[in-house]
Design a protein around this ligand. Sequence first.
Ligand code: R1P
Ligand code: URA
Length: 292
Amino acid sequence: MNRIAESELIINSRGAVYHLNVRPEELAQHIITVGDPDRVAEVSKYFDKVEGKYQHREFVTHTGWVGNKRISVVSTGIGTDNIDIVFNELDALVNIDFETRTIKPQLSHLNIIRVGTSGSLQKDIPVDSFVASTHGLGIDNLLNFYQQQNNPEENQLLGAFATQIQIGGGFAAPYIAAAGTSLLKYFVEGFHHGITVTCPGFYGPQGRVLRLGLVNAELIDRLTGFSYGNHRITNFEMETSGIYGLGKLLGHQCLSLSAIVANRISQEFSKDSAATMEKLIRQTLEIIGQIK
Ligand code: R1P
Ligand code: URA
């Protein structure tokens, strides 16, 4: 079996994986990821018991219990570049033996749910509503560094996206991955479902104009107008495609939930985004309690 070198998988003096500063036994099978490090405590305040708190840079992890479910809540910071770090390290924690530095013969499967904020691309998905992403469609480039394995539906959606959106030369090739179906089925009532587009930035890449002109000024209108069968694009943000893409390749069940804080069509912003996020956190924990 191939030994993974010290330079490729970095383990610190505590025996913890480098960026997350978490040891294998400190991670639960049910994981909630949040962008904002301060949101970790907003989740763990609902834990019946907190078992441990770990931090390095923007990566904060609290592990604890809600009823009989052991849960870790991990902050990723912003963007799919951070998702690359967090997902490779979460997977290493369960699927690589830190003593022998070899891949375990029996692989483990994590349940990973993102609880984040997002901008709506549809008038009928208002601020303060929730989206559960059926697919993450990335225009951010991360998955282009990995060998991808799309199913026929994902390929059809990607083909329709290329034709309708015409993202143009000089931009990264879009990629797509679907939600973990064993998680999505629990998040139906109270959630809009649709494709989430993941962007490599908040301003220009999401069509926001402050002082700079954009190359692709029609992007928002085209994303809003996209349709393929009964699929449409509901929202965009900055992590989902990386989560779905890497999660699927690594064999984990992943779901991205978004609290809509901005509606880019009606140009509204939530009047109380903290209360909306609080509601999404409570609902997510309640539903995790029901997962078999
Ligand atoms: C941008 O403000 C950030 O908010 C969204 C985006 O994906 C990006 O990370 O998610 P979080 O609220 O989880 O950070
Ligand atoms: N997060 C994003 O990435 N975009 C938005 O419009 C709101 C939150």
